[in-house]
Design a protein around this ligand. Structure first.
Ligand code: SAM
Length: 359
């Protein structure tokens, strides 16, 4: 994966992109602007089909004719040609002479690479998430998560209950963490930490990246028992198995003691304040006076500032049933659970590192 650019550069590029989009929406008739949302929706399904059918993987070795690819992946030749042609619209592939296609960087990033590729996150959204996004209207009406409305189960009860869904979910979290881990270790100095505890650490992708950055540190990977049982092969493949203790349990009961650093990536945003406080209180009980705690979450920015946090917040309505928060809201959660917010560090991605110390 490419090294993340400096956060300042990403912020400038973001501002430029938002400015261009604003201009485009101002100049075009509003109806054209609305049509853009429909093509965004189609675009996702095109990308999902490319990933599910492994079409991009078939193009990895170089340009190939659509008919050839169709044979290899077991698809209808005409439909597959049209799928590839449509995906040129999104800069995923490039059409070459004689109905051949070659991969562009976005297409290459969609290929299946064990524990590394964002493909697994696209697969989760296509196989599982899509169904629940279709219930957003009901979720907004009723004030419940779309998963709860659709399945009658609590979000994690559903996501981790069925073996297939759990597997897809765990792989997707590892995939998204693989992207986010690079940005985290570039933004947060890990020197000086002996023991790092990743609370709700999934299969240990972020923790592994942290240990690779801090060669003398050891790690504790803590998550629900049904999740951490799938972690050891992932840790083996990342070369960190011998430095990580794997512990199963619920953060509503307790978390492992003795950490110099407690990390929680995409944990607090899964929950409303009462549960979020319980998790932070468990961490507070386990932490020593010199421990540090970092959350790795998006931070909601002021009104009208365009930020990914405000979109991810809707994903929380749909899936987890939690919420994204402002800096002040995080400070308040920390205050109530016996910590004090120390600083918020931007990263090259949309999430920030939110650091707190015991109060
Ligand atoms: C959004 S995922 C984030 C996973 C990981 N931190 C990452 O970013 O890839 C939320 C994690 O919380 C874990 N989780 C949910 N309920 C839990 C509980 N009661 N105790 C411990 N972990 C829990 C899930 O299993 C899942 O791995």
């Amino acid at each position: 994966m490419a090294k993340p650019p400096p956060p300042k550069l990403v912020q400038i590029a973001d501002k430029a992109r938002n400015g261009l989009r604003f201009l485009e929406r101002k100049l075009a008739p509003p109806e054209i602007g609305l049509l853009g949302f429909v093509s965004d929706l189609w675009g996702f399904q095109i990308v999902y089909a490319l990933a599910e059918l492994r079409v991009v993987d078939a193009l990895k070795a170089g340009p190939r004719a659509a008919d050839d690819v169709a044979k290899e992946v077991g698809a209808d030749a005409d439909h597959l040609y049209r799928l590839l042609r449509a995906s040129t619209h999104f800069d995923i592939v490039r059409e070459e002479p004689n109905r051949c296609f070659s991969l562009l960087p976005l297409g290459a990033a969609l290929c299946d690479v064990e524990n590394e590729s964002l493909r697994d996150f696209i697969i989760l959204q296509g196989r599982v998430g899509w169904r629940f996004w279709g219930r957003l209207t009901d979720a907004v009406r009723e004030g419940r998560s779309a998963i709860e409305i659709e399945t009658g189960k609590k979000p994690f009860e559903y996501l981790l209950g069925d073996e297939n869904v759990r597997h897809t979910f765990n792989r997707a979290m590892t995939a998204i963490s693989s992207v986010a881990a690079e940005a985290f270790v570039a933004a947060y100095d890990l020197s000086g930490f002996g023991k790092i505890v990743d609370v709700g650490g999934g299969q240990g992708r972020l923790l592994s990246a942290m240990l690779q950055q801090a060669p003398s540190a050891t790690g504790v990977l803590f998550d629900l028992p049904e999740v951490v049982t799938e972690a050891p092969p992932v840790l083996e493949s990342l070369g960190t198995r011998s430095r990580i203790e794997v512990v199963g349990g619920s953060f509503f009961d307790s978390v492992p003691a003795g950490g110099d650093l407690y990390v929680m990536k995409a944990i607090i945003h899964d929950w409303h304040d009462p549960e979020a406080l319980k998790i932070l209180e468990s961490v507070r009980r386990a932490a020593s006076p010199s421990s540090k705690v970092v959350l790795y979450e998006t931070v909601v920015t002021p009104p009208n500032d365009k930020h990914f946090a405000k979109l991810l917040d809707i994903e929380m309505i749909v899936h987890a049933g939690g919420r994204e928060r402002t800096r002040d809201e995080y400070a308040e959660l920390f205050r109530k659970s016996g910590f004090r917010l120390e600083r918020v560090l931007p990263t090259a991605g949309p999430a920030s590192v939110i650091e707190a110390l015991p109060a």
